[in-house]
Ligand binder design. Structure first.
Ligand code: HEC
Ligand code: HEC
Length: 276
């Protein structure tokens, strides 16, 4: 090989090595890209459903202390959102002060992952306001699912309804208005009949939710914060109500619908005659 060609060859190899360093794969990013935000939404609802079957240490009586939504709310807004009037008790934790929706959008995926995994956090048995440790309940892949939910999938609830609050946690008040925003009731009914009626009935009364005489129409009107989550991402096992013997309780699959479909159904569900 003549000297010049040899030099070019060496330069070329050098370039290859430095390029491959630049595109060095970040394992966090790979895990995040592979994660499923809809699974994350269901984990957010009830992480204890994902504990292994042999994991019997987490009694149902204390599940509120482990469900993300108990402290962060269905709207992710903690004390300043729907939880503003939800005081803590022997069976319910103190709500988080911060707004998880906005902080998740701005924080790195690693910071969020560590916050959820929370190595050294509160474990079973000691129930207080400190953050639970999820490393013995969720796999790393499941924690990445949750991070994907927080960062990408989760809703800005302002897109679905308006929340008005007064006062401060835990003695404030909240009201919902403009439920469904610009939704269209007739289009909502088409979506409802196609996707929901088979289980919930054409008037929403086929499933007696939690066996507490709560039906879908009332949820459209009173619980839009929960509706915007479950209507599209479904829900994992309702283990407490199954244990109580409620035969309506179970799981609900994620639904192949859009955010606009949710708004349409929300407007549809304001009709007390059609959805009593
Ligand atoms: C018992 C109450 C409780 C439960 C249950 C809980 N959290 Fe938290 N979480 C908090 C508190 C308190 C903070 C501290 C910051 C604050 O007040 O917002 C926090 C902070 C976080 C943070 C860091 C936010 C930031 O801005 O850095 C993330 C991410 C988070 N939680 C996600 C979750 C997820 C996901 C779950 C369920 C798998 C969960 N949390 C369950 C109470 C809870
Ligand atoms: C395959 C059956 C099935 C379909 C289809 C279905 N659901 Fe459900 N849904 C359920 C079951 C079962 C529950 C759980 C009730 C329980 O555990 O108390 C439920 C619960 C819910 C809840 C939450 C009640 C609560 O507070 O826990 C909402 C909201 C809901 N469904 C809305 C919808 C909407 C909107 C659709 C259509 C887009 C739909 N569902 C389609 C079976 C279904």
């Amino acid at each position: 090989m003549n000297k010049r060609i040899y030099l070019i060859y060496i330069l070329f190899i050098g370039l290859l090595v430095s390029c491959s360093k630049d595109v060095a794969i970040n394992p966090d990013q790979v895990a995040f890209d592979a994660a499923d935000g809809i699974k994350g939404a269901q984990i957010y609802d009830h992480p204890l459903n994902y504990a292994s079957a042999s994991q019997t240490d987490y009694p149902n009586a204390q599940t509120n202390f482990w469900r993300c939504k108990s402290c962060h709310g269905w709207d992710l807004r903690g004390q300043s959102g729907v939880l503003i009037n939800k005081p803590s008790s022997a069976t319910y934790p103190v709500a988080a002060a911060g707004n998880l929706y906005t902080s998740s959008r701005s924080k790195s995926i690693r910071v969020l992952f560590d916050a959820v995994k929370k190595s050294g956090g509160r474990k079973k048995g000691t129930y207080d306001a400190t953050h639970p440790e999820y490393s013995s309940i969720l796999t790393d892949a499941q924690i990445w699912d949750v991070v994907k939910f927080l960062k990408v999938t989760s809703h800005n609830v302002d897109d679905f309804y308006t929340t008005t609050t007064t006062g401060t946690y835990p003695t404030g008040t909240k009201t919902f208005s403009n439920i469904g925003k610009d939704g269209n009731a007739a289009t909502g009914l088409v979506t409802y009949n196609k996707n929901c009626a088979v289980c919930h009935g054409t008037d929403g009364r086929k499933i007696n939710i939690y066996c507490q005489d709560l039906f879908l129409g009332e949820m459209f009107r009173k619980d839009p914060h929960e509706m915007q989550h479950k209507a599209i991402w479904g829900m994992p096992n309702d283990r407490e109500n199954i244990d109580k013997g409620c035969t309506f309780a179970g799981t609900m699959p994620a639904m192949p619908i859009t955010d606009q479909d949710i708004r349409n159904m929300m407007v549809m569900g304001q009709d007390v005659t059609k959805f009593p």
